[in-house]
Design a protein around this ligand. Structure first.
Ligand SMILES: *Cc1c(COP(=O)(O)O)cnc(C)c1O
Length: 388
């Protein structure tokens, strides 16, 4: 879609930072495992349309999404030789579409197999299925009692059904306090692998590792890893970060780099007299004569309302504190301490400006939002641009 009119904010994705993250993750997982880039939730807010081609320029050819809807978005921008895998919801009526486009999908119920078979016959192409097994997260996952008959079904219909993968997902790999649960899940996964051996049918790829597991549990890296949060430059948790620091014997490390920055520009500037209230209600009263700048975005544009009276933005490399409530599409910041600010000057909402930086985590520390939650809620309408 050609955008003729300027949007009130913009997101930049830094390709060199992404490449560095890929190299770092590759070192952790070794040479042979396929790297599947998890781009659900509009690539964790980074924007599928810009992110997927950037990842492809860095060599990525496998993408995982949560729904057939997201798969369609990836399909519309990816290269012909890229693979797409749906890990979550795909409606029965969309299965022929997936088969038609070689899109792989998770199957977690025996009943799905005849549906996939029918779609494959109808389309005249084999369906590539990943059997997701239940190992202890009790989310989606095929129970062990349905597994042997599913394998026999796959074997019987191998002309139309490709047993592409056997997988599971850890419930909480980012926290070491869950280690006993992760070990149990991994043990159960190995039981499923044994059943495959017994039934003499093997998946093409075995995959269970998400970011945290790929970075900290090398024994979980089989033939493929499904990496989301780490590729965007975020440590999955402090546990995983400290685990890495111990491994490399350092006290800090910036191996993972944020690729994302979010900017806007100043809409208006005004002076406010001492004692005046700023914005809606009485949430902020000027304690002295102030100069404030008006920002052309608000909570409807993904800027968390919880940052009312507590967040900060960067202007001329200096922190400008938010004054008053975040409105639906406006908020105000105090610039009394920053000289020579003009309407139209660049404002950094997240990212670096001169020697200062505002991280997603500084947002989320004060608001209880998860990094992933904040990022994934950024509206798709904000334009995303890749920069070197
Ligand atoms: C989201 C997701 C991932 C990626 O998780 P990260 O922790 O972001 O790496 C992997 N597998 C499945 C099934 C997922 O839903």
């Amino acid at each position: 879609m050609v955008k003729k009119v300027k949007h009130s904010s913009r997101i930049h994705l830094k390709q060199s930072a992404y490449k560095a993250n890929l190299n770092f993750i590759r070192k952790k997982i070794g040479d042979h495992a396929v790297f599947s880039s998890v781009v659900k939730a509009n690539a964790y807010g980074h924007g599928i349309e810009a992110f997927v081609p950037m990842a492809e320029r860095c060599g990525v050819r496998h993408f995982s999404v949560a729904s057939s809807f997201e798969a369609e978005e990836v399909l519309s921008v990816c290269k012909k030789d890229s693979h797409i895998m749906i890990m979550g919801i795909i409606y029965e009526e969309d299965i022929p579409w997936a088969v038609e486009h070689d899109i792989e999908f998770f199957v977690y119920n025996y009943d799905r197999l005849p549906v996939a078979l029918e779609a494959a016959k109808k389309v005249g192409k084999p369906a590539k299925v990943h059997i997701e097994v239940e190992t202890g997260a009790n989310r989606t996952g095929m129970p062990s009692k349905e597994f042997p008959k599913s394998l026999r079904y796959l074997k019987k219909h191998s002309e139309h059904l490709i047993f592409e993968g056997l997988c599971t997902h850890f419930g909480g790999a980012e926290s070491f306090s869950n280690q006993f649960k992760l070990d149990m899940q991994h043990k159960r996964y190995k039981e499923f692998l044994k059943v495959c051996k017994k039934e003499k049918i093997e998946p093409n790829v075995r995959h269970i590792a998400c970011s945290a597991a790929a970075l900290a549990m090398p024994e979980t890296v089989y033939d493929m890893v499904r990496v989301g949060v780490a590729q965007y430059g975020f440590w999955p948790s402090p546990d995983i970060y400290y685990h890495h620091l111990q491994e490399v014997n350092k006290t800090s490390d910036s191996a993972l780099k944020r690729i994302f920055s979010w900017k806007t520009d100043i809409m208006d500037i005004r002076d406010v007299k001492e004692g005046e209230f700023i914005g809606y209600g009485t949430a902020y009263q000027a304690t002295h004569k102030m100069t404030i700048a008006v920002m052309p975005l608000g909570y409807s544009n993904g800027y968390p309302r919880a940052l009312s009276n507590r967040g900060q933005v960067l202007i001329h490399g200096k922190k400008a504190p938010i004054v008053g409530l975040i409105n639906m599409n406006l908020f105000m910041v105090d610039i009394s301490h920053i000289p020579n600010v003009k309407v139209g000057d660049e404002v950094v909402l997240i990212g670096r400006q001169k020697n200062n930086v505002i991280n997603v985590s500084s947002f989320t520390n004060t608001t209880q939002l998860l990094n992933n939650e904040m990022l994934s809620r950024l509206p798709a309408a904000i334009p995303r641009t890749v920069v070197k």
